[in-house]
Design a protein around this ligand. Sequence first.
Ligand code: HSE
Length: 340
Amino acid sequence: MKKIRISIIGFGVIGSGVAKVISEKKGYIKSRHGIDLELVGIGERHGSIVCEDGIDPMEAYDLAKSREMYKHPCWKEEMSGIDVVREVNADIVIEATPTNINSGEPGLSHMMTAFKNKRHVVTSNKGPLVVAYKELKRTAEENDVQFRFEASVGGAMPVFNLVRESLQANKMLGIEGILNGTCNYILTRMSTEGLSYEHALSEAQELGIAETDPSYDVEGIDTACKLVILANAIFDMDATYKDVEVEGITGITPESLKLASDEGYAIKLIGEVRDGLRVAPRLVPKDHPLAVGGTLNVISLHTDLAGEITVTGKGAGAIETSSSILSDVINISKYEFEGT
Ligand code: HSE
């Protein structure tokens, strides 16, 4: 049995959700994969929980929910997230602090510090990937550790692992898809229920899928960030946010949705990597594979051998995102700790 020691940095919705899923899946991962996941550090903004003998993930989750992490017997007020990354002896650091697409911080420093301390990194955090993908990748390689970020685009939907493993003999020709659940939900509700834009947006916020500042969703910024990550990781580009032509959904009226619907089309916010990076509302035939509704995400990969491969699934949510995070953790554990 391989014991894999994990630190989680950032214990909000995603970080604490990962702890909950680790608690629930620990037995299954042991019996199915022969991997014993042990949580040894949790880094938060105002202190950390550190316990080299293992932290009960469910206890930490419950304390986070009631905002009482400081009551944990291993609470260390003076330790910050970066101290945990540097000092706690973890094999894998799960970085789940809030996204900052301008500086990438604090996630960027957490990741660089993890690599320099020979720790693998798994993340859902888009900011550092948008700001410094090449630098992160190079630093991971120089330190002979892995950098995995399946959860950063499309939540539960496999994209990077699909390309890396199942489609590895293929050349990627282009990618297009719906990468923001909030916009998809708004457009779907406006079109099928005739809701106003404001009403549909407030529903999306109640569902907890919208960004803290929802203009990141509706102005296409979140989709553009995800395109930058796809372009850099899959097409080996060196793109930044500035390379994306971006138009959001704020100009879409109920009338235009109705007109499109009467002609057999849905209006969707589509992100595309092909001869450049573009985000814009587009008409999609209602029976097209990209015409998924509600909060779903969808991505079509255009390849030379396999043709078009389309995957759809939940693009947000703590439990769904944890599915991708744990897939990365298990992959690293299997391939990097063979025989340990
Ligand atoms: N606000 C994002 C969305 C969350 O609506 O898809 C997932 O990145």
